[in-house]
Each structure stands twice: as C-alpha cells, then as structure tokens.
Ligand binder design. Structure first.
Ligand code: AHM
Ligand code: MG
Length: 282
C-alpha cells in the first residue's frame, strides 16, 4: 500500500510521536559519547528520538524503508515508501533550551533519492507550542499538535510577499566572498533572526518571508546540511509554499543524489531573494 492513505498515516505517526519525544528530552541533554555518520557528536536525545521514530514509522503500513541522519545504513521495514528523517534537528539547542525540530521526507524511490521523488515532506517545530508544517500534493498545511493530535491552523501556508527576516549558518569569516556580499546587500532590508536550528529558522522564513541559508563555506564547500534528511524535505515544503530552494545554482530538489549522508549548500526563501542569490553566486 502506498498513496495518500500512507502519507496520512506517516503524518499521524510523526505527530503521535511528538509528546513522547518531548517527554524524553529533559533527562537526555548530555552527550551520548558517540558520533553520527556525519562525524558530529550525538546527544542521548538524538539516539532516543531516532529509536522512537524508527519504531513508529517502521510500523506504518506502506513504509518500506526507514533512514535517519543518525544511522549509517537504511533499515528495511517492508514494502513501500522510503522515509528519511532528521529525528532531532538542531539538537545542540537542547542544552540552552532553544527550539528544535523533527524533519521527515517521504520518497517514492530507493535512497539516496532525488528530491523530485518526494511525495510528501514536513517538519515538526518544538517551540513554546508544537506545530507541524506538512507539504503534500502541492500545498502546505500547518498544524497545531496537542497530545499527539494535529489540528489544522492554516490549510494553505504561503510565504508572505513582503519578506522581513534572514538567517545564515556558519561563521561569517568562513563564508565565501560572494555569500558575504549578498548578505551585505539584503541586510539593509531584512532583519537577522538566527537561532541555530534549521527548522526554527526556516519556520520564521515561512511565517514572515525572507531567506534561510546554510551556505557553502570556505572550509566546507558542501556546507553542513544533509540532502536526504534536511535539504530536500525542507526545500520541498518551501517550494510547495510558493518559495524557492537552491543549492546556489538551481533547486535543491534537482541535486544529484550520490550518497545517503551527502551534504549540500542550501538557500531557501522568497523567490526574488533566491533569484538574487543565484545571480550573486554566478
Ligand atoms: P543537527 O541536525 O545535527 O542538529 O545539525 C543541523 C543544524 C541545523 O539545524 C542548523 O541549521 C545548523 O546545524 C546550525 O549550525 P551552526 O551552529 O554551524 O550555525
Ligand atoms: Mg539537522
């Protein structure tokens, strides 16, 4: 079974896991003493959220593969869609008690897959309240999640026409000169809002309009964020909301998938701002 029912079941499973993820956080703020496949130190909370989502999503009829930023290899769970998850995005924010997210991409292809193979994608934002933005069939719905149950807040989320915020990751001296020049240009009109969790920063762009980036860095030309688990799913949400995604030269959804944990520079936001960015990086 694949199709709209499976997508709805995946969305429900992620929403249903959120109270358990939140409940598991207070006692898991310390380092786990292990690294993820990208070589980053993991918190106990990263491992906990990954195990929980593997169990919940693996049990959904129509999910054939579970993959996560926290696991080297994919897990075969039966027949159906491949679900790629960043279980706790921005988990370094757990120590200072700042926002975090959960990201999910639903691919109708073997992983690593192209963003064009996504049939749905979404993210949960653990802020003062728990919300979810979920894109399917060309539109984005925002939900409030209470006790694991989603209720619709906005059935057609679109980026506002008049953008006001921006947030770029990485150390400023490590940005390539053309990225720095672009930020100089846009910051006369946009206000810096950067919290260090992609989902928190992207949701501000979705709410207020603007541009989020984790750019290519001089020390890391592929940037930091991962194509399968972060850039494709969030790029899909932003594009379904009327915005644009880019790796610097075109939609991130067109980036050639070469490895499960591959990284790519990512730029997300209002169409005009991403067009200008691509022109600046040319
Ligand atoms: P994580 O998924 O392992 O937590 O890492 C990804 C996070 C993103 O949420 C965020 O955009 C970025 O790392 C922040 O990195 P930096 O602290 O370098 O700005
Ligand atoms: Mg992440």
């Amino acid at each position: 079974m694949t199709g709209t029912d499976t997508v709805a079941a995946i969305r429900a499973a992620v929403a249903g896991a959120t109270p358990d993820i939140r409940a598991g956080l207070p006692g898991r703020r310390e380092q786990a003493g292990t690294e993820n496949p990208s070589g980053e130190r993991r918190l106990a909370a990263d491992e906990y959220a990954d195990e929980l989502l593997a169990e919940r999503l693996g049990a959904v009829d129509g999910v054939g593969t579970y993959a996560s930023e926290e696991r080297e290899a994919v897990v075969d769970t039966g027949e159906g869609y491949a679900v790629a998850v960043d279980p706790l995005d921005g988990s370094s924010n757990l120590k200072p008690n700042n926002v975090m997210g959960t990201i999910v991409g639903v691919y109708d292809a073997d992983l690593p897959a192209s963003g064009r193979d996504l049939v749905a994608a979404g993210y949960v934002l653990y802020g003062p309240i728990t919300t979810m933005a979920f894109a399917h069939e060309g539109s984005v719905t925002e939900y409030l999640i209470e006790n694991g149950e989603p209720t619709v807040l906005n059935g057609d989320v679109t980026l506002p026409d008049d953008p006001t915020v921006y947030g770029f990751g990485g150390r400023v001296p490590d940005w390539p000169a053309d990225v720095a020049a672009y930020v100089d240009e846009v910051e006369s009109a946009l206000k810096l809002r950067y919290g260090g969790a992609m989902i928190g920063d992207v949701n501000q762009v979705l709410t207020y309009g603007g541009v989020f980036a984790y750019p290519a860095l001089q020390s890391a030309p592929e940037g930091k964020l991962r194509l399968q688990f972060e850039c494709n799913p969030v790029g899909y949400v932003i594009e379904c909301a009327g915005g644009r995604s880019s790796d610097g030269s075109g939609s991130v959804l067109d980036v050639d998938p070469t490895a499960l944990h591959q990284r790519t520079p990512v730029y997300l936001g209002n169409e005009g701002l991403i067009d200008r960015l691509e022109a600046a990086l040319d």
